[in-house]
Write a protein that binds this ligand. Structure first.
Ligand SMILES: Cc1ncc(COP(=O)(O)O)c(C=O)c1O
Length: 358
């Protein structure tokens, strides 16, 4: 794809940009440019552009506004210690984006074009990649844009990538999370869209997030939709349990949870570090009794935004309990560091996970 680049005529001045990069928070600050591309049945994917970031103008009947035919991705560009910029395992996001597209009956974007779009944007907005613990979050998304009211797949699509410098995703920062296990709401059912990264899954999770906050918790944890028994994931992160024999346990990918790239990376890093990982179902009752008996030592959430976030306390309609003493545990800290080091190019044998942006 030949991306036509139109540079911003008055980009954010350097001083203002530097100030924004000190404490970027999450989800509020955007770089100066964006990627757009279009799909029509006649031309396929075409019209790749990098332009100054600007609002879309779409028809009020645009398909996405009524039928939610929308998918997205989330990955980061990191600055390594030497100042180089690298994307972390973007081919995994490209593959997941194509799978999400198929599930939502959308035209998949070829993975090389997806990666090229990210690289071009990062090149143009490279001064926005922060140092240290912060990073540049890349948000590729695609939506049906047919001005047609009728529940069939859209005939036109727009692909776009936004870039935003980010710090901590969870408001809790580095403090252990208190999670709410919802027994009212389910996020995804067998045969549904749980394994796809589509906006509708997030809309469906919001009531549970509100329920969690109303109970003084940071985030909701979902159980399976059939038996309301098996732990699945958070609205925006996967979950790991650390047992007292050093084994890690995480729910299996059986179609209702998002196959997290951080999850896959942690499984590889932990296995290589001699920590066995089991992908198996874990009942909420078992979670409670293992926390009580001391068999369960640590729990953490993980994701591109979340990184590795310790979970210290668990609440539900049937009461609350702590994980060990509620503080972040040593294995969580070890995994967090191994992940951080791999993302920042500090681990020689994991350099193949980085795609350097020239
Ligand atoms: C529902 C859900 N689960 C898991 C994850 C973690 O996925 P990843 O590690 O690819 O960011 C995310 C984050 O994007 C998510 O939204």
């Amino acid at each position: 794809m030949n991306f036509v680049i139109t540079r911003h005529s008055s980009p954010t001045p350097e001083g203002a940009r530097r100030k924004l990069l000190v404490e970027p928070g999450f989800g509020r600050i955007y770089t100066d440019h964006m990627v757009t591309m279009r799909w029509t049945p006649e031309a396929g994917w075409h019209d790749g552009q990098i332009t100054p970031r600007a609002p879309f103008s779409i028809h009020p009947a645009s398909h996405v506004l009524h039928y939610a035919q929308e998918i997205f991705e989330g990955l980061k560009a990191y600055r390594t210690d030497s100042g180089a910029i690298a994307l972390f395992r973007p081919e995994m996001n490209a593959a997941r984006f194509a799978r999400s597209a198929e599930r939502l009956a959308m035209p998949p974007l070829p993975p090389p074009v997806f990666i090229e779009a990210l690289e071009r944007l990062v090149q143009v907005d490279r001064e926005w990649v922060p140092e240290g613990e912060s990073s540049l979050y890349l948000n590729p998304f695609m939506f049906g844009n047919d001005p047609y009211l009728g529940a069939r797949a859209s005939l036109n699509y727009i692909f776009c990538v936004l870039a935003l410098p980010v710090g901590h995703y969870f408001k809790a920062g580095a403090r252990p999370l208190k999670v709410w296990v919802t027994e009212t709401y389910a996020r995804a059912a067998p045969g549904g869209t749980g394994a796809a990264k589509c906006g509708g899954n997030y809309a469906a999770a919001l009531a549970a997030s509100n329920e969690a906050v109303a109970h003084g918790c940071d985030h909701a944890v979902f159980l399976d939709a059939v038996e309301h028994r098996w732990v699945e994931e958070l609205a925006g992160a996967n979950i790991f349990f650390v047992m007292n024999d050093g084994t890690l346990l995480t729910p299996p990918l059986d179609g209702t949870i998002l196959p997290g790239i951080t999850r896959a990376t942690i499984i590889e890093l932990a296995s290589a570090a001699g920590l066995p990982v089991r992908e198996s179902r874990y009942a909420f009752n078992q979670w409670r009794s293992d926390a009580g008996s001391g068999r369960l030592r640590e729990v953490f959430a993980c994701g591109t935004g979340a990184t590795v976030a310790s979970i210290g306390e668990v609440a539900s309609a049937s009461g609350s309990f702590r994980i060990a003493d509620g503080d972040p545990g040593p294995i969580t800290a070890r995994i967090k560091k191994a992940l951080f080091d791999a993302q920042r190019g500090r681990t020689a044998e994991r350099l193949e996970w980085l795609r350097f942006v020239a």
